[in-house]
Design a protein around this ligand. Structure first.
Ligand code: DGL
Length: 266
Protein backbone atom coordinates (compact mmCIF):
# COMPACT_ATOMS: atom_id res chain seq x y z
CA UNK A 1 0.00 0.00 0.00
CA UNK A 2 1.31 3.49 -0.86
CA UNK A 3 1.99 5.82 2.06
CA UNK A 4 -0.17 8.98 1.98
CA UNK A 5 2.10 11.77 0.74
CA UNK A 6 2.61 15.02 2.59
CA UNK A 7 1.59 18.15 0.74
CA UNK A 8 3.85 21.14 1.23
CA UNK A 9 3.28 24.71 0.08
CA UNK A 10 6.11 27.04 -0.92
CA UNK A 11 5.87 30.73 -1.76
CA UNK A 12 7.96 33.73 -2.72
CA UNK A 13 7.33 37.06 -4.44
CA UNK A 14 8.47 35.41 -7.67
CA UNK A 15 10.95 32.92 -8.98
CA UNK A 16 13.43 33.37 -6.10
CA UNK A 17 11.92 30.52 -4.13
CA UNK A 18 13.05 28.17 -6.90
CA UNK A 19 16.49 28.33 -5.28
CA UNK A 20 14.86 26.68 -2.23
CA UNK A 21 12.43 24.48 -4.15
CA UNK A 22 15.16 22.67 -6.06
CA UNK A 23 17.02 21.85 -2.81
CA UNK A 24 13.78 20.47 -1.34
CA UNK A 25 13.16 18.37 -4.44
CA UNK A 26 16.72 16.99 -4.23
CA UNK A 27 16.51 16.26 -0.51
CA UNK A 28 12.93 15.31 0.38
CA UNK A 29 11.34 12.33 -1.34
CA UNK A 30 7.68 11.53 -1.54
CA UNK A 31 6.00 14.89 -1.09
CA UNK A 32 3.48 16.83 -3.16
CA UNK A 33 4.53 20.42 -3.79
CA UNK A 34 2.45 23.53 -4.52
CA UNK A 35 4.52 26.63 -5.37
CA UNK A 36 3.02 30.13 -5.46
CA UNK A 37 4.90 32.93 -7.18
CA UNK A 38 3.30 36.17 -6.03
CA UNK A 39 4.24 38.12 -9.16
CA UNK A 40 1.16 40.33 -8.89
CA UNK A 41 2.61 41.78 -5.72
CA UNK A 42 6.38 41.70 -6.27
CA UNK A 43 8.89 42.89 -5.28
CA UNK A 44 8.31 42.16 -1.60
CA UNK A 45 11.57 43.81 -0.56
CA UNK A 46 10.24 47.27 -1.32
CA UNK A 47 6.90 46.93 0.51
CA UNK A 48 5.99 47.74 4.09
CA UNK A 49 5.89 45.06 6.79
CA UNK A 50 2.11 45.36 7.06
CA UNK A 51 1.69 44.82 3.33
CA UNK A 52 3.87 41.71 3.45
CA UNK A 53 2.08 40.30 6.50
CA UNK A 54 -1.29 40.74 4.76
CA UNK A 55 -0.06 39.29 1.52
CA UNK A 56 1.60 36.33 3.23
CA UNK A 57 -1.71 35.55 4.92
CA UNK A 58 -3.56 35.63 1.59
CA UNK A 59 -1.02 33.23 0.03
CA UNK A 60 -1.04 30.99 3.11
CA UNK A 61 -4.85 30.71 2.90
CA UNK A 62 -4.53 29.67 -0.75
CA UNK A 63 -2.01 26.96 0.14
CA UNK A 64 -4.05 25.72 3.11
CA UNK A 65 -7.09 25.45 0.86
CA UNK A 66 -5.05 23.17 -1.42
CA UNK A 67 -4.49 20.92 1.59
CA UNK A 68 -0.87 21.89 2.36
CA UNK A 69 0.23 20.67 5.76
CA UNK A 70 3.53 22.57 5.96
CA UNK A 71 4.43 25.94 4.46
CA UNK A 72 7.88 27.07 3.37
CA UNK A 73 8.23 30.84 3.27
CA UNK A 74 10.91 30.74 0.57
CA UNK A 75 11.65 34.43 0.88
CA UNK A 76 13.91 36.23 3.33
CA UNK A 77 11.77 39.39 3.22
CA UNK A 78 8.50 37.56 3.97
CA UNK A 79 10.25 35.54 6.68
CA UNK A 80 11.55 38.75 8.28
CA UNK A 81 8.21 40.54 8.24
CA UNK A 82 5.61 37.83 8.44
CA UNK A 83 6.71 34.48 9.84
CA UNK A 84 5.94 35.41 13.44
CA UNK A 85 2.40 36.67 12.70
CA UNK A 86 1.84 33.63 10.46
CA UNK A 87 2.86 31.24 13.24
CA UNK A 88 0.61 33.08 15.67
CA UNK A 89 -2.40 33.02 13.35
CA UNK A 90 -2.09 29.46 11.98
CA UNK A 91 -1.04 27.59 15.09
CA UNK A 92 -1.55 24.10 13.68
CA UNK A 93 0.60 24.71 10.62
CA UNK A 94 4.39 24.35 10.70
CA UNK A 95 6.17 27.18 8.86
CA UNK A 96 9.77 27.00 7.67
CA UNK A 97 11.41 30.32 6.85
CA UNK A 98 14.66 31.47 5.24
CA UNK A 99 17.35 33.61 6.82
CA UNK A 100 20.74 34.69 5.50
CA UNK A 101 23.34 32.13 6.58
CA UNK A 102 25.49 34.57 8.58
CA UNK A 103 26.31 31.71 10.91
CA UNK A 104 28.77 30.43 8.29
CA UNK A 105 31.16 32.66 10.21
CA UNK A 106 31.04 30.32 13.20
CA UNK A 107 31.59 27.11 11.30
CA UNK A 108 35.11 25.98 11.75
CA UNK A 109 35.46 24.48 8.30
CA UNK A 110 34.70 27.86 6.69
CA UNK A 111 35.83 30.45 9.18
CA UNK A 112 39.53 30.22 8.38
CA UNK A 113 38.85 30.88 4.67
CA UNK A 114 36.75 33.98 5.32
CA UNK A 115 39.00 37.00 4.91
CA UNK A 116 36.27 39.60 4.52
CA UNK A 117 32.55 38.97 4.16
CA UNK A 118 29.33 40.87 3.55
CA UNK A 119 25.68 39.93 3.58
CA UNK A 120 23.34 41.36 0.95
CA UNK A 121 19.57 41.62 1.44
CA UNK A 122 16.50 43.47 0.24
CA UNK A 123 15.71 46.75 1.97
CA UNK A 124 12.87 45.18 3.95
CA UNK A 125 15.03 42.35 5.29
CA UNK A 126 17.89 44.72 6.10
CA UNK A 127 15.81 47.04 8.24
CA UNK A 128 13.90 44.24 10.00
CA UNK A 129 14.27 43.51 13.69
CA UNK A 130 14.61 39.80 12.89
CA UNK A 131 17.66 40.43 10.68
CA UNK A 132 19.26 42.79 13.20
CA UNK A 133 18.83 40.22 15.96
CA UNK A 134 20.21 37.41 13.78
CA UNK A 135 23.23 39.54 12.91
CA UNK A 136 23.83 40.45 16.54
CA UNK A 137 23.52 36.82 17.65
CA UNK A 138 25.69 35.23 14.96
CA UNK A 139 28.17 38.07 14.41
CA UNK A 140 28.40 39.93 17.74
CA UNK A 141 31.76 41.48 16.75
CA UNK A 142 30.15 43.01 13.68
CA UNK A 143 32.77 41.66 11.31
CA UNK A 144 30.31 41.01 8.48
CA UNK A 145 29.26 44.06 6.51
CA UNK A 146 25.66 44.53 5.48
CA UNK A 147 24.54 46.03 2.17
CA UNK A 148 20.92 46.44 0.98
CA UNK A 149 20.43 45.86 -2.72
CA UNK A 150 17.33 47.65 -3.97
CA UNK A 151 16.38 46.36 -7.41
CA UNK A 152 18.66 43.31 -7.56
CA UNK A 153 15.81 40.78 -7.10
CA UNK A 154 13.94 42.38 -10.02
CA UNK A 155 17.07 42.21 -12.19
CA UNK A 156 17.36 38.50 -11.37
CA UNK A 157 13.71 37.99 -12.44
CA UNK A 158 14.49 39.70 -15.77
CA UNK A 159 17.63 37.60 -16.33
CA UNK A 160 15.72 34.36 -15.72
CA UNK A 161 12.80 35.56 -17.79
CA UNK A 162 14.48 36.86 -20.92
CA UNK A 163 17.96 35.38 -20.61
CA UNK A 164 21.10 37.37 -20.01
CA UNK A 165 21.61 40.13 -22.57
CA UNK A 166 24.01 43.04 -22.72
CA UNK A 167 21.76 45.60 -21.10
CA UNK A 168 20.89 43.26 -18.21
CA UNK A 169 24.57 42.45 -17.76
CA UNK A 170 25.28 46.17 -17.58
CA UNK A 171 22.47 46.68 -15.06
CA UNK A 172 23.79 43.84 -12.92
CA UNK A 173 27.28 45.24 -13.13
CA UNK A 174 26.05 48.61 -11.91
CA UNK A 175 24.11 47.07 -9.02
CA UNK A 176 27.14 45.07 -7.88
CA UNK A 177 29.49 48.06 -8.19
CA UNK A 178 29.24 49.16 -4.50
CA UNK A 179 30.34 45.66 -3.46
CA UNK A 180 33.37 45.63 -5.70
CA UNK A 181 35.27 48.22 -3.71
CA UNK A 182 34.83 46.17 -0.54
CA UNK A 183 37.30 43.53 -1.75
CA UNK A 184 35.35 40.62 -0.28
CA UNK A 185 36.29 36.97 -0.08
CA UNK A 186 32.74 35.80 0.77
CA UNK A 187 29.26 37.09 0.05
CA UNK A 188 26.23 35.80 1.97
CA UNK A 189 23.13 35.87 -0.21
CA UNK A 190 20.23 37.10 1.95
CA UNK A 191 17.49 36.98 -0.67
CA UNK A 192 16.35 33.80 -2.38
CA UNK A 193 16.58 35.42 -5.81
CA UNK A 194 20.33 35.96 -5.56
CA UNK A 195 21.50 32.29 -5.63
CA UNK A 196 19.83 32.00 -9.03
CA UNK A 197 22.66 34.09 -10.45
CA UNK A 198 25.37 33.03 -7.99
CA UNK A 199 27.73 32.20 -10.85
CA UNK A 200 27.43 35.70 -12.33
CA UNK A 201 27.92 37.33 -8.93
CA UNK A 202 30.98 35.19 -8.16
CA UNK A 203 32.54 35.99 -11.49
CA UNK A 204 31.84 39.70 -11.32
CA UNK A 205 33.09 40.14 -7.75
CA UNK A 206 35.57 37.29 -7.49
CA UNK A 207 33.93 36.04 -4.29
CA UNK A 208 32.55 32.80 -2.89
CA UNK A 209 28.80 33.00 -2.31
CA UNK A 210 26.94 31.40 0.59
CA UNK A 211 23.25 30.48 0.36
CA UNK A 212 20.70 29.06 2.78
CA UNK A 213 18.94 26.59 0.46
CA UNK A 214 20.44 23.32 1.78
CA UNK A 215 19.71 24.26 5.41
CA UNK A 216 16.07 25.02 4.61
CA UNK A 217 15.77 21.68 2.79
CA UNK A 218 17.27 19.88 5.81
CA UNK A 219 14.69 21.50 8.08
CA UNK A 220 11.85 20.47 5.76
CA UNK A 221 13.27 16.93 5.63
CA UNK A 222 13.24 16.76 9.45
CA UNK A 223 9.66 18.00 9.71
CA UNK A 224 8.26 15.81 6.98
CA UNK A 225 10.16 12.67 8.12
CA UNK A 226 9.77 10.99 4.74
CA UNK A 227 9.49 7.24 4.71
CA UNK A 228 11.33 6.77 1.44
CA UNK A 229 9.91 6.64 -2.05
CA UNK A 230 10.63 8.62 -5.17
CA UNK A 231 11.86 12.19 -5.36
CA UNK A 232 9.31 14.59 -6.90
CA UNK A 233 9.18 14.50 -10.67
CA UNK A 234 6.83 17.48 -10.85
CA UNK A 235 5.27 20.27 -8.84
CA UNK A 236 2.23 22.53 -9.14
CA UNK A 237 2.92 26.18 -9.87
CA UNK A 238 0.74 29.25 -9.73
CA UNK A 239 1.64 32.81 -10.59
CA UNK A 240 -0.72 35.32 -8.96
CA UNK A 241 -0.59 37.31 -12.22
CA UNK A 242 -2.46 34.58 -14.11
CA UNK A 243 -4.07 32.76 -11.15
CA UNK A 244 -3.90 29.46 -13.04
CA UNK A 245 -2.34 26.34 -11.56
CA UNK A 246 0.06 24.57 -13.92
CA UNK A 247 2.02 21.35 -13.58
CA UNK A 248 5.77 21.76 -14.08
CA UNK A 249 8.36 19.01 -14.21
CA UNK A 250 11.43 18.87 -11.98
CA UNK A 251 13.43 18.55 -15.18
CA UNK A 252 12.13 21.95 -16.29
CA UNK A 253 13.17 23.40 -12.93
CA UNK A 254 16.67 21.92 -13.04
CA UNK A 255 17.29 22.99 -16.63
CA UNK A 256 16.13 26.53 -15.83
CA UNK A 257 18.51 26.66 -12.88
CA UNK A 258 21.38 25.00 -14.67
CA UNK A 259 21.24 27.77 -17.19
CA UNK A 260 21.74 30.22 -14.35
CA UNK A 261 23.99 27.84 -12.37
CA UNK A 262 22.64 27.90 -8.84
CA UNK A 263 25.44 27.40 -6.40
CA UNK A 264 25.34 27.09 -2.65
CA UNK A 265 28.87 27.90 -1.72
CA UNK A 266 28.33 26.33 1.66
N1 DGL B 1 13.11 36.53 -2.82
C1 DGL B 1 12.72 37.43 -1.82
C2 DGL B 1 13.66 37.46 -0.62
O1 DGL B 1 14.28 36.45 -0.34
C3 DGL B 1 12.12 38.77 -2.17
C4 DGL B 1 12.61 39.54 -3.32
C5 DGL B 1 11.68 40.70 -3.58
O2 DGL B 1 10.56 40.42 -4.02
O3 DGL B 1 12.05 41.83 -3.27
O4 DGL B 1 13.77 38.43 0.08
Amino acid sequence: MNEPRTRIGIFDSGIGGFSILHRIIEKVPSVIIDYISDDAFSPYGEKTDTEIVNRSQVITEMLLQRGCYLIVVACNSATAAAIKPLREKYRDTPFVGVEPYINVLNHREHSSEIRKAAVITTELTGRSEKFKMLKQRTDPAGSILHVSMPGLASTVESILDTGLNESLMEELHKELEPLKVLDLSHLILGCTHYPLIADLIEKDLDVITVSSGPYVANRVFDLVSPSGGEFCSSFSYLSTSSMKWEQKTSEYLFSLLKHSAVKDGS
